[in-house]
Ligand binder design. Structure first.
Ligand code: EPZ
Length: 434
């Protein structure tokens, strides 16, 4: 039986909500734990979401032992018995980030085989930059029959690699492979996302020698071995931004406990432009929405430190009710506007031309039955539902549940009227204890 999320719009959200650990940093760090040939790695502050469980399964299929604490927020990973160099295809198909095990497995076993991740609802998403980087480190690659098989019988060796585009995943894969290579690797035009910085700090805690992570030039001096360590993942800037926008779109007042102001700056600056009040405090960020309608703005999603593409959809939901016309461009993905047709069912007015959408703000949205086509699209529809008159019923909720920890419960805690139910219209479902 499928599930849906029901949202009754109109409540002004208020209170304090705690921000979970970063999904994307956690996924990378779990892949990075493969590199430890001695000791156990303990990772804290993991979000309890479907994607993390899937990544744990990818590791288990490689022969690695992974267990979680009772609350699900910490994992113990013992990779000393890495036995298989082949990632399980059916699991890789479910999670693009599982392709990130390619670099670490190759570095440990001198060979690796992983299914090519497919395209998805937001564009083609090739892996050519990952492959170019690993090739530059001396790997022999065979990308045929839907798989990437990599071999480096004599080990990997340092190289200077220039990325045509600062890909997050390619930077991570190359940096993890190079950590156990021989000599120095320099990645130019590296991705600078906070998730890269966090992965770099984690690898350093394992004994890696890395400099410049979080900047455009990243250097890795290879070491012979890495060992398990204890590490706490940073908080999720995209979840924090989404919860802040929930305050903004409802004219509410919410404190984002644990949000990192430096990581959120590209988002909070745009929030201020749109008329939201943002106050950075010692433990987090307070966001207060305008009493009337937000202001329109221009927004371009770019690699970090630009405005994050993963926040583009949720921010656009806010602009749908702005007092004027906004222009939103996504320079990271070629097809990340599909959700606008769903928002249209709620009364939003948008025109898309390639990578740019022109949003004409409307005074009111109305609740409707809508489908969450991907994770961030679902978040945008949820936010619109909080503002809309009447009931919104969001289907295909599996996307939302795999990426946001207990979003329904967190918003309930702030005063939203929202619940999960089975699609036959039966009783309310409680899935999450936040
Ligand atoms: C990461 O994906 C995130 N995923 C994405 O989060 C995020 O949208 C993206 O970075 C950009 O910030 C995880 O961390 C698990 P990229 P990744 O490689 O690494 C093109 C979410 O909603 N490209 O930086 O796959 C690619 O097609 C998600 O949480 C190449 O052309 O992103 C895309 O247009 C979804 N060749 C652009 O670069 C390559 O070899 C950015 O991709 C690699 C990428």
């Amino acid at each position: 039986m499928g599930q849906r999320i029901v949202i009754v719009g109109g409540n002004r959200l208020a209170g304090t909500v705690s921000v979970s650990g970063s999904k994307n940093a956690s996924l990378a760090i779990i892949a990075g734990a493969i590199l430890a040939s001695e000791g156990v790695t303990t990772i804290h502050n993991l979000p309890r979401i479907g994607d993390i469980a899937t990544m744990a399964d990818v590791l288990r299929h490689l022969g690695i032992s992974v267990s979680f604490s009772e609350d699900g927020h910490s994992a113990h990973i013992d990779a000393t018995n890495l036995t298989s160099h082949e990632a399980a295809t059916e699991i890789v198909a479910r999670l693009r980030a599982s392709f990130w095990v390619l670099g670490p497995v190759l570095a440990r076993l001198k060979r690796a085989r992983v299914a090519q991740p497919g395209g998805c609802n937001i564009g083609a998403r090739p892996v050519d930059l990952h492959l170019k980087g690993l090739q530059a480190l001396g790997a022999r690659l065979d990308a045929t029959h839907g798989y990437v098989a990599a071999e480096a019988p004599d080990g990997l060796r340092g190289a200077t690699i220039y990325l045509d585009f600062p890909s997050v995943g390619a930077t991570m894969n190359i940096m993890m492979a190079a950590a156990l290579g021989e000599g120095t690797t320099m990645i130019e035009n590296a991705a600078q996302e906070p998730d890269i910085e966090d992965l770099g700090n984690f690898l350093i805690a394992m004994g890696a020698r890395i400099h410049g992570h979080g900047t455009g030039v990243l250097t890795v001096e290879g070491v012979d071995r890495l060992r398990g360590c204890e590490y706490r993942v940073v908080t999720d800037r995209i979840e924090a931004g989404t919860l802040g926008l929930a305050a903004g779109i409802t004219g509410g007042d919410v404190f984002l406990d644990g949000a990192n102001p430096a990581h959120l700056r590209p988002i909070t600056l745009k929030m201020a432009e749109a008329g939201l009040k943002v106050k950075e405090e010692a433990r987090g960020i307070r966001v207060v929405g305008p009493a009337g309608r937000p202001r329109p703005t221009r927004l371009t999603a770019l690699p970090h430190p630009g405005f994050p593409t993963d926040m583009q959809q949720a921010f656009t939901a806010l602009l749908c009710v702005a007092d004027g016309t906004s222009v939103v461009t996504d320079k990271v993905y070629e097809n990340r506007f599909r959700y606008l047709s769903e928002l249209g069912k709620m009364g939003a007015v948008a025109e898309v031309d390639g990578r740019t959408a022109v949003i004409t703000g409307v005074p009111r949205l109305t609740g409707a039955d809508v489908e969450g086509t991907d994770l961030r699209a679902s978040a945008a529809l949820f936010l619109a539902g909080l503002r809309a008159e009447g009931q919104t019923r969001l289907s295909e909720t599996q996307h939302l549940e795999r990426g946001y920890e207990c979003l329904v419960e967190k918003l309930q805690g702030l005063g939203a009227e929202t619940w999960r139910e089975d699609e036959s219209g039966g009783g309310r479902l409680a899935l999450c204890s936040a």
